[in-house]
Design a binder for this molecule. Structure first.
Ligand code: ZN
Length: 256
């Protein structure tokens, strides 16, 4: 990493306060597990299979659909993780604050670029600006999680994520709600087909069909006796096994 970029990362790492958590005991467990993953620079695709937990994740917001998503989650007593685009988060700080109160907020870059097209210093800027926007919106909650746009990591992204002490979070179940022509019914079916303990589900709070699908997804999750939790909670309550962290197939390591 160039010296100037290293200094920038160090300065921002020191400047932003640590995340606020609701429970000190839960904080310690979740933080230590996340810190171990961050130290190892290992992307997370799923939790363990021994618990009864799933993690619903919503990318690319906040948007005008986010309030309804939050309302549906709240009504179902479900927690979730939101990977926000920093430039959108800066424009809707109240929604980011509401997301952090209901669950966890992760970093999804400032403008959602394809990271492979960027210089390393621009990758770092994408992450840092978003960290700062979330800290501002939430009154001091520093994201501990990162998800690369399109799920495509790069060496520069991995180095920046590691330098900032973030965990690179992918998914084990793609709802395919961002595909052209996506419909609520298909989104529900795609999620249900992959539901199992430890699943991390990819959704986007920028589509009306995702909002329409969410009540059915939440019912299916409950029907299977699963509890929707945040990514830090999933990692603390039922961490992935070593085998589930070893990259066997690009997207298949956590599937049944
Ligand atoms: Zn995205």
């Amino acid at each position: 990493m160039p010296v100037r970029a290293s200094v920038l990362v160090l300065a921002l790492s020191l400047a932003v306060p640590c995340a606020a958590w609701t429970s000190p005991r839960k904080e310690d467990g979740a933080r230590s597990k996340l810190e171990a993953l961050a130290r190892d620079a290992t992307p997370l695709y799923c939790g363990g299979r021994h618990g009864r937990y799933v993690a619903l994740t919503f990318d690319d917001g906040p948007s005008s659909y986010t309030p309804r998503v939050l309302q549906l989650l709240r009504r179902a007593r479900a927690r979730a993780t939101f990977f926000v685009v920093g430039s959108r988060a800066a424009g809707r700080p109240g929604l980011v604050r509401a997301e952090s109160l209901l669950g966890a907020v992760g970093n999804h870059t400032w403008t959602h670029p394809r990271l492979a097209s960027l210089e390393r210093r621009d990758v770092i800027r994408q992450l840092l600006r978003t960290q700062a926007a979330v800290v501002r919106a939430t009154g001091g909650v520093r994201p501990l999680l990162f998800r690369p746009p399109y799920g495509v990591g790069t060496p520069a992204e991995a180095a920046a994520v590691h330098a900032l002490g973030l965990v690179d979070v992918r998914w084990s179940v793609d709802s395919l709600d961002s595909r052209p022509g996506a419909r609520a019914r298909a989104v529900v079916g795609n999620v249900i087909a992959g539901l199992r303990p430890g699943a991390i589900v990819l959704l986007h709070d920028i589509h009306p069909w995702t909002v329409a699908a969410l009540p059915r997804i939440l019912r299916a999750v409950r029907h299977r006796g699963l509890t929707p939790v945040t990514i830090p909670e999933l990692v603390a309550l039922d961490p992935p096994s070593h085998a589930e962290l070893v990259p066997v197939r690009p997207s298949g390591r956590c599937t049944p």
